[in-house]
Design a protein around this ligand. Structure first.
Ligand SMILES: CC(=O)SCCNC(=O)CCNC(=O)[C@H](O)C(C)(C)COP(=O)(O)OP(=O)(O)OC[C@H]1O[C@@H](n2cnc3c(N)ncnc32)[C@H](O)[C@@H]1OP(=O)(O)O
Ligand SMILES: CC(C)C(=O)C(=O)O
Ligand SMILES: [Mg+2]
Length: 515
C-alpha cells in the first residue's frame, strides 16, 4: 500500500558529529532554512544538553522554523529531557527524541544496566518527555545488535509509555539489507501495540549499506527514515538524504511510496552543507556529485544525444542541477541577486541582502563576469564568519633581504584593533599564520590546507580550506577572495575563531579523531 514516508533530517545533530564538522549558529540557521525549503518533515536540530551553543542553536531553530517539526535529542535522564524540552518548546511542532542503548554490549560495558533497568529507564524517559509534548520519539540505540525478544519488549514498553515514533538505529552500521528488513518485520509481527507508533529507521554507513538498509526497512513497514545531507555523520556517516529520496522517487514503480521532499532543492542544499561543514562532496557521489550526470565516453554521448533516457535514470533538473551557470554582472540588481541566491540554497533579505549585494558589486568591479559559484562563495563567506570574534582588517607581506618573509596583520575584536608583525617562518603564509597566532594567543598545528578556484576564468575567486589541530580536536576554516593569500589568511582566521567559539564552553565531549 502506498505510504508517505516521513523524512527526518539529522544533519544538524548526527551530521554535526562528523569530526571537524561543527557549525556556528548562523550556519545552523541557514541549513535549517534550507531543510525547510527542501520540505523535510522533521529537523533534528541538536543535542541541547551537549553545550550551551547546542542549546542556543536548537532554541533559535525552534523559534524560527515554520513547516517542519523541530526535534532535540536527550539521553534517558531528567536533566537531558528537561533541557531538550526547554530548547524545542517554542517550535510549532516540538519533538523530543529520547534514546537508550539496548544491545548486550552497550548494556554491559557502557551503561552497566541490566534488562529490567533499561526498560524502567526507557519508560521513565518517555513519560517525562510526554509531560512536555505529545510528539515523542524513542530510540533503542544499537537496536540492530539487540536480541529480538528484548527489542520487542523495549519497543512495546516505550509505545505504552507514550512514544509516537519508535526509531530503530543500526548505530554501528552492522546490518545488511536482509537483516535490517528482518528486524523491522519482527517488530511489525511481534509487538502488539506497534500500530500506535510510526516505525523509523536510522542507519549508519560503516559497510556502505545505510541507504540499502533503510530501503529494506521501508519495504518491511518503516514509515520514517532518518538521514543527513551528503550522508555526513558519525564515522562513515548516515543514510544520505539525497540518495534515499531519489531512490524512492525513481523507483516508485517498485516501492510505491512518496515523500514530501522537493528534490529540485537537493543540489543547492548539498552545496550549502558541504560549504558550511568544509566536508567536500566526492565528484562521483550519487545524485549530487559533479560527475553524477556527466557523460564522457562516445557510446554514452551518442546515446544521450539520441535520447537521454538511454543513459540517465533521473533528469539533472529534478535534483537541482542547472543547465546553465547564469552570468550576473555589475548592472544586476538586488532582486536578481536574491532570486539567484534562492536557487543556490540561501535566503537573502533585508540587511543580509544589502551586505551581500555590496560585496557583489565590489566583486563585479574586479571581475568581468560573476558566476553562480562566485555568488555562493560570497554568501558562504558572510555566513561562516557571522559569529567570528576576530576579523581581518588588513595584512601586509614583504620579502626582506635573502627572501625572508615579514608579515604584518591587523585584526579587530569588537571595537579594538591589534597589529603585530612576524619575521621569518617557512614562507609567506606561515609568517601570516604565525602573526594571527600571536595576536589571538592560539597555538595550532596546520593539518590540512588547500586552495582551489570556485569559479571560472583567470580572475576566478580562490577558496581556501584549512584544518587546524588544537588540543586534540580538529577545527575547519574557509576563506574566499580573488586574492589567494587573503583567502588563506581568512581561512586560518575562521578556524581560529571556531576554536575560541567552542573552547570557552563547558563541554566535556569525548572526541576521537582520525588525524
Ligand atoms: C549514538 C549517538 O549518536 S548518541 C549521541 C552522541 N553524541 C554525543 O555524545 C555528542 C554530545 N555529547 C556530549 O557533549 C557529552 O557526551 C554529554 C554532555 C552529553 C555528556 O557528557 P558527560 O556527562 O561528561 O558524560 P560522558 O560523555 O563522559 O559519558 C556519557 C555518560 O552518559 C551515559 N549514557 C550514554 N547514553 C545514555 C542514555 N541514552 N541514557 C542515559 N545515560 C546514557 C553513559 O553511560 C555515561 O555515563 P557515566 O558517565 O555514568 O559512565
Ligand atoms: C541517537 C541515535 C538515534 C543514534 O544516532 C544512533 O543510534 O546512531
Ligand atoms: Mg546515529
Amino acid at each position: 500500500m502506498s505510504r508517505n514516508i516521513v523524512i527526518f533530517d539529522t544533519t544538524l545533530r548526527d551530521g554535526e558529529q562528523s569530526p571537524g564538522a561543527s557549525m556556528n549558529l548562523a550556519e545552523k540557521l541557514e541549513v535549517a532554512q534550507a531543510l525547510v525549503d527542501l520540505k523535510v518533515d522533521v529537523i533534528e536540530a541538536g543535542f541541547p544538553i551537549a553545550s550551551p551553543g547546542d542549546f542556543e542553536a536548537v532554541q533559535a531553530i525552534a523559534r524560527s522554523v515554520k513547516g517542519a517539526a523541530v526535534c532535540g535529542l536527550a539521553r534517558c535522564n531528567d536533566k537531558d529531557i528537561d533541557r531538550a524540552a526547554e530548547a524545542v518548546k517554542d517550535a510549532d511542532d516540538p519533538r523530543i527524541h529520547v534514546f537508550l542503548a539496548t544491545s548486550a554490549i552497550h548494556r554491559e560495558f557502557k551503561l552497566k544496566m541490566d534488562k529490567d533497568e533499561i526498560i524502567r529507564r526507557a519508560v521513565a524517559g518517555v513519560e517525562r518527555a510526554k509531560g512536555y509534548t505529545s510528539n515523542i520519539e524513542f530510540s533503542p540505540e544499537d537496536a540492530a545488535r539487540t536480541e529480538s525478544d528484548f527489542l520487542c519488549k523495549v519497543v512495546e514498553a516505550a509505545i505504552t509509555a507514550g512514544a509516537t515514533t519508535v526509531n530503530i538505529p543500526d548505530t554501528v552500521g552492522y546490518a545488511t539489507p536482509t537483516h535490517m528488513g528482518g528486524v523491522i518485520r519482527d517488530l511489525v509481527n511481534r509487538v502488539p501495540n506497534i500500530d500506535k507508533a510510526v516505525i523509523s529507521v536510522h542507519c549508519h554507513n560503516d559497510l556502505g549499506l545505510a541507504v540499502a538498509n533503510s530501503l529494506a526497512a521501508v519495504e518491511n513497514g518503516a514509515g520514517q527514515i532518518e538521514c543527513t545531507i551528503n550522508g555526513i555523520g558519525e564515522r562513515a556517516g548516515n543514510c544520505s538524504l539525497e540518495e534515499i529520496t531519489m531512490a524512492l522517487k525513481t523507483r516508485s514503480d517498485y516501492y510505491g511510496h512518496t515523500t514530501r521532499v522537493d528534490t529540485t532543492r537537493l543540489v543547492p542544499t548539498s552545496r550549502l552543507v558541504s560549504s558550511v561543514t568544509g566536508l567536500e562532496v566526492q565528484r562521483n557521489k550519487a545524485i549530487v556529485g559533479r560527475n553524477a550526470f556527466a557523460h564522457e565516453s562516445g557510446i554514452h554521448q551518442d546515446g544521450m544525444l539520441k535520447n537521454p533516457t538511454t543513459y540517465e535514470i533521473m533528469r539533472p533538473e529534478d535534483v537541482g542541477f542547472h543547465k546553465t551557470d547564469l552570468v550576473m554582472g555589475k548592472h544586476s540588481g538586488r532582486a536578481a541577486l536574491a532570486d539567484r541566491a534562492r536557487a543556490l540554497g540561501y535566503h537573502l533579505e533585508g540587511e543580509k541582502l544589502q551586505e551581500v549585494f555590496d560585496a557583489f558589486k565590489k566583486l563585479a568591479d574586479k571581475k568581468k563576469e560573476v558566476y553562480d559559484s562566485d555568488i555562493a562563495a560570497l554568501i558562504d563567506k558572510r555566513v561562516s564568519s557571522a559569529d567570528d570574534q576576530w576579523k581581518l582588517v588588513r595584512y601586509e607581506l614583504k620579502l626582506e633581504g635573502e627572501g625572508i618573509p615579514s608579515a604584518t596583520v591587523t585584526l579587530s575584536k569588537g571595537d579594538e584593533e591589534q597589529t603585530d608583525t612576524f619575521f621569518g617562518g617557512d614562507g609567506p603564509l606561515d609568517a601570516l599564520f604565525r602573526v594571527i597566532e600571536k595576536i589571538t594567543g592560539s597555538q595550532v598545528v596546520v593539518r590540512d590546507y588547500r586552495v582551489h578556484s570556485v569559479s571560472q576564468g583567470k580572475d576566478a575567486q580562490g577558496e581556501s580550506t584549512i584544518e587546524l589541530e588544537y588540543q586534540n580536536r580538529i577545527y575547519r576554516g574557509r576563506g574566499v577572495s580573488t586574492d589567494t593569500v587573503e583567502a588563506s589568511t581568512l581561512a586560518f582566521l575562521n578556524a581560529v575563531n571556531r576554536i575560541s567559539l567552542t573552547s570557552g564552553e563547558p563541554t566535556e565531549a569525548v572526541y576521537r579523531d582520525t588525524v
